[in-house]
Design a protein around this ligand. Structure first.
Ligand SMILES: [Fe+2]
Length: 295
């Protein structure tokens, strides 16, 4: 096992200040704006978990995968380089912007850009501006991300073989329309107890990401967030429900710039992956999660 957790995500937004407001007022993050207009949002002691860069489009840019130490980082970097998937090395400015010691840029076989890094520094304490709100992060990282993977098998193999992700669950769902292929999702865990840090989906995602998940400490934290989402007028794209594979009770919303997000609680944790048997599933939800995608 090499990658330890999902450390951060990078977004590009035409108006990062909209994400700052959303992050602070709806999700309960703490934000800061840099001189160049980019926004960093904190949800725990890490320096940030969301980096929102100013640009000419609204989209998901990259997942930032944390490696436990320099040796693991070098191992991953070598594996990516030998597979021809390494895009470049991060410079001092890149490292400084992310508060990491070293980073490299890569892309998976479906074209999703990502970064690997080690040695995250700085950060300090965190107190949500929303009373009683806490996120489940620390060694489990910032949550999980589900990425579009049209080169489905190759992409799952890539993350497992080159970066050491482990298989948690393979989900097959009926086609979304007649003559369309079956929907396939692979859920992979990193070196932390979270059921999955990465999901892969065999359909495209217009914003560059299927969704990003943030986990909170209580069902009330989920419910209060749902109220704030509704009050702020953000579209709910899945009603409250509980997933079959990770047991998460959650809802989905469309964040600014069309980024789908899941806010959940009670996701399963596996402190000992050695004794875990990967599952195959054919239902996404035990109850709820009625999906309404805006046209
Ligand atoms: Fe999810």
């Amino acid at each position: 096992m090499m990658v330890s957790a999902l450390g951060y995500v990078r977004l590009r937004m035409r108006d990062p200040s909209e994400w700052l407001r959303f992050g602070e007022e709806v999700l309960g993050f703490v934000g800061e704006t840099a001189d160049n207009g980019s926004v960093r949002l904190k949800m725990d002691a890490a320096p940030f978990r969301y980096l929102v860069e100013k640009g000419d489009e609204d989209r998901f840019l990259a997942a930032g995968w944390e490696c436990g130490d320099q040796a693991q980082y070098e191992h991953c970097r070598e594996a990516l380089a030998s597979a021809g998937a390494l895009v470049g090395e991060g410079g001092d400015e890149d490292a400084e912007q992310r508060d990491v010691t070293q980073l490299a840029f890569a892309a998976d076989p479906s074209g999703n850009a990502f970064e690997i890094y080690h040695g995250r520094t700085g950060g300090g304490g965190f107190a949500s501006p929303i009373e009683g709100l806490e996120f489940l992060t620390d060694c489990m990282g910032m949550g999980h991300v589900v990425l579009p993977a049209q080169a489905f098998e190759a992409t799952a193999t890539f993350y497992r073989n080159l970066l050491g992700f482990g298989l948690s669950d393979e989900l097959t769902l009926p086609p979304p329309a007649q003559d369309a292929p079956q929907q396939r999702l692979t859920f992979l865990h990193a070196d932390n107890p979270r059921h999955h840090s990465l999901g892969l989906y065999n359909y495209p995602a217009p914003s560059g990401v299927g969704h990003v998940m943030a986990e909170v400490h209580s069902l009330d934290n989920v419910g209060f967030c749902l109220d704030r989402v509704k009050a702020a007028g953000h579209p709910i794209i899945a009603t409250l429900g509980r997933h079959w594979n990770d047991g998460m009770v959650s809802f989905y919303l469309l964040a600014p710039g069309g980024i789908p997000m899941e806010v959940g609680y009670d996701g399963r944790q596996y402190p000992d992956w050695e004794s875990f048997q990967p599952t195959r599933s054919s239902i996404a939800d035990i109850w709820g999660h009625e999906y309404h995608f805006p046209s």
